[in-house]
Design a protein around this ligand. Structure first.
Ligand SMILES: *[C@@H]1O[C@H](CO)[C@@H](O)[C@H](O)[C@H]1NC(C)=O
Ligand SMILES: *[C@@H]1O[C@H](CO)[C@@H](O)[C@H](O)[C@H]1NC(C)=O
Length: 367
């Protein structure tokens, strides 16, 4: 039994094999899924089936090679879009965010459009976007922010800050590093002069978990004012130590492109070495520990997701708390995280409809 990620030279051989078989694999999938009866969901387009299957093998590839994805933006390439973000004062990071070994760190974000662009509205408004990637993989920031901005057209007057947190795979990158980073980015935007109510926290997948953790921290620590709203796309709402058993019965396993394996690796890397203690459990599982918040929350999930049932229960649990305002927008037959994957899986139109709904609900449309 070899441990993953593979050491060299096996890794090199595997990468070569993966790249070599890729065109053949895609060609055979295109033929295989032609009859709708063989599709994971008969309602799916050919494109969705092929993309989901491809993404599943890509997740295996990440696990086997230990690939951590894209590099952070550089000044040469990002130019005016670059955001160099310094941690705030030490006292901002208290309670579960204070750790003897894991310290707040400088970060790099990517603005869209650039940092000097004039907002179209009279005020500066910012969508602070925490991307998914299971705490272990960084998506290409340029590509991702382009994909997101494509469906952001209903949120005119907003600029987006793509806020990649430290991965759990780097030294001292475990919990609470990512939540420290979320607070660091939020503090940075506030310090740049944006009014708190003009900030929307947006998180997809693992980023959605992060948004809820940041919001819980803001609600309980009172260190910084609350943002205007939160938007969660396919949030991972129940991070636990027993991922395989948790999702064993999920009816969308093998349909959705998310695998239990990728979730298990993410959870194992992110959960602190001492395991999930009672003080940190709420920051990992907003599903099991719903809380009162004064800001409205928009939640999106696809009905073909492994996460779907948990997201729905999370929405119910949050809505049951008096005073909370939560809006759920499910998209029929959508796989995981169409905020980022819409172009690949062929759900761009549905993602736009959901974003328009979000903008209307959160009163963000500024014309
Ligand atoms: C910054 O973005 C604005 C709006 O998209 C654009 O008009 C301007 O040319 C950009 N500036 C630079 C230096 O790229
Ligand atoms: C969250 O995960 C735990 C552990 O796997 C599981 O027992 C529990 O049922 C899940 N919670 C909900 C409400 O789905």
């Amino acid at each position: 039994m070899v441990s993953l990620p593979l050491p060299q030279p096996f890794k090199g051989i595997y990468v070569f094999y993966f790249m070599f078989k890729l065109p053949l694999q895609i060609a055979s999938l295109l033929v295989y899924y032609l009859p709708t009866s063989l599709r994971p969901m008969p309602q799916w387009k050919l494109r969705t089936c092929v993309a989901a299957s491809f993404l599943r093998s890509f997740f295996d590839y990440i696990e086997i090679t230990g690939d951590q994805g894209a590099k952070l933006p550089t000044r040469e390439k990002a130019k005016d879009r670059l955001a160099l973000v310094q941690p705030g004062e030490a006292e901002l990071y208290s309670g579960i965010l204070a750790s003897p070994t894991i310290k707040p760190a400088p970060l790099i974000g990517l603005w869209d459009p650039n940092a000097t662009a004039q907002p179209t509205a009279d005020k500066h408004r910012v969508v602070l976007h925490f991307p998914g990637g299971g705490f272990t993989y960084a998506y290409d920031p340029y590509e991702s922010s382009q994909g997101v901005s494509q469906i952001m057209k209903h949120m005119r007057g907003y600029r987006t800050l793509f806020a990649q947190n430290r991965l759990a795979t780097v030294p001292n990158g475990r919990f609470p590093a990512a939540i420290q980073d979320a607070l660091t980015f939020y503090n940075h935007v506030l310090r740049s002069g944006v009014e708190p109510q003009d900030i929307v926290l947006l998180g997809d997948s693992a980023g959605g978990n992060l948004v809820m953790a940041l919001l819980r921290y803001l609600e309980t620590s009172h260190k910084l004012p609350l943002p205007g709203a939160a938007m969660l796309w396919s949030p991972w709402v129940n991070i636990t130590e027993d991922v395989p058993r948790q999702y064993a019965g999920s009816r969308n396993l093998g349909v959705d492109y998310v695998t239990t394996s990728v979730l298990q690796v993410g959870a194992q890397k992110y959960i602190p070495e001492g395991g999930i203690t009672t003080d940190i459990a709420p920051f990992l599982s907003p599903l099991q520990y719903p809380f009162k918040t004064n800001i409205p929350i928009f939640v999106h999930a696809g009905t073909a997701e492994v996460f779907y049932d948990e997201v729905q229960r999370f929405v119910d649990a949050m809505s049951e708390i008096e005073g909370n305002r939560v809006k759920f927008h499910p998209t029929e037959f959508a796989p995981h995280d169409i905020l980022l994957s819409h172009a690949l899986v062929g759900f761009t139109e549905q993602a736009e409809v959901a974003m328009k709904d979000a903008a209307d609900y959160l009163h963000l449309v500024s014309t």
